[in-house]
Design a protein around this ligand. Structure first.
Ligand code: DAH
Length: 345
């Protein structure tokens, strides 16, 4: 190209495109790029020719130069893309690893159903202003019975088959109620609104309906002017959050040594449930918990003046609640540690 005026952009374009189409991998394309667009490349050299182009042809020369440059650059970029993709596909097919296979799932743990139902109870009670209070599982006979208005030889003690330890007077708590005394002694004379969750133990035959170890959640509210209506309202609200907004609550009179009066609370079981008759023994009602107004003796044992304050208490079985909600028919499944059962929650 001695004579710049003779620079033939059309030929440069044809040669360039032919070179691009001959280059079929990335190194070849890069070499082409150096040859055409490098510092000492053909395009630059051709551009140098503009100095010798007559003034009136310079604009046309420039336009043509530009057109060819853009055409070559565009084709270069496209060729580079497809060369890279081809290399990737070649690499993948050469490799026995099939990246399109779905990943192997890792087994994921779930919260134990007992933990789940407990958390649900905490959430409902927290919304009603209850705090969680924990107390000991190894209890004294004094707290488990005596201070709850059951002196030695009191016949009501028969309601709780007890595990004794080798230390006289030390037993495994048969219910969460002794926690009431611990809370009261810590809080008196201030008002109380707590739930006490935890494990209880009973020396009973194990069956589908009873375990020697099970959870309870106790509730305790103490303050001036606390009434049975507060108890009823609290339990109704609880039952509806737990079992559905349409649930009806029925209260029956009952007996516990630590409450006076004592009640048992039933809910109506949904008519749609095919197990309704079996669960409710044909009555349509199902007991969910025991409760009552805290006995004056118990208040006094906790350090409160029963002439100044009143209180209510309740005790429920979270596992039993989950059994009702999830149609579980054997309480032994809870601590059986069969993952096939646990994984369903
Ligand atoms: N402690 C009782 C039980 O284990 C349940 C209970 C009933 C707790 C009435 C209460 C209550 O606080 O007021 O059978």
């Amino acid at each position: 190209m001695a004579d710049a005026a003779l620079v033939d952009w059309a030929t440069l374009e044809t040669d360039g495109l032919a070179g691009l189409h001959a280059a079929d991998d990335e190194p070849a394309l890069r070499a082409w790029n150096t040859r055409f667009f490098g510092d000492k490349g053909l395009v630059k050299a051709a551009m140098g020719g503009i100095a010798k182009v007559p003034k009136e042809s310079r604009a046309a020369f420039g336009q043509e130069a530009n057109r060819v440059k853009v055409a070559l650059e565009t084709e270069y970029a496209a060729r580079l893309d497809s060369a890279r993709e081809a290399a990737l596909v070649a690499g993948l097919t050469a490799d026995p690893l099939d990246v399109t296979l779905p990943g192997r799932p890792r087994p994921r743990g779930v919260l134990h159903p007992a933990t789940q139902i407990l958390r649900q109870i905490y959430a409902i009670c927290a919304d009603m202003g209850f705090q969680v209070y924990r107390s000991r599982e190894v209890e004294s006979d004094e707290f488990n019975f005596e201070l709850l208005n059951m002196p030695e030889h009191h016949p009501a003690r028969d309601m709780w088959d007890t595990f004794f330890t080798e230390t006289p007077g030390q037993i495994l708590r048969t219910h969460t109620s002794p926690g009431q005394i611990h809370v009261m002694r810590e809080m008196a004379p201030n008002p109380v609104r707590v739930i006490l969750p935890g494990m209880c133990y009973r020396n009973e035959a194990i069956s589908t309906r009873s375990e020697i170890q099970f959870l309870q959640v106790e509730g305790l509210v103490i303050g001036e002017g606390v009434t049975m209506a507060d108890l009823k309202g609290t339990l109704t609200a609880f039952a509806r959050r737990m079992f559905g907004p349409d649930r009806q609550v029925r209260i029956r009179s009952s007996y516990f040594p630590f409450t006076e009066p004592s009640i048992e609370v039933d809910i109506d079981w949904p008519k749609e449930d095919p197990n309704r008759d079996r669960l409710t023994k044909g009555t349509g009602w199902l007991e969910i918990l025991g409760a009552g107004m805290v006995h004056p003796t118990v208040l006094r044992n906790g350090g409160y003046d029963p002439d100044k304050v009143t209180g209510f208490a309740f005790g429920m079985g979270p596992q039993r609640m989950l059994m009702l909600k999830a149609a579980i028919d054997d309480i032994r499944l809870f601590w059986g540690n069969d993952v096939r059962f646990l994984a369903q929650f």
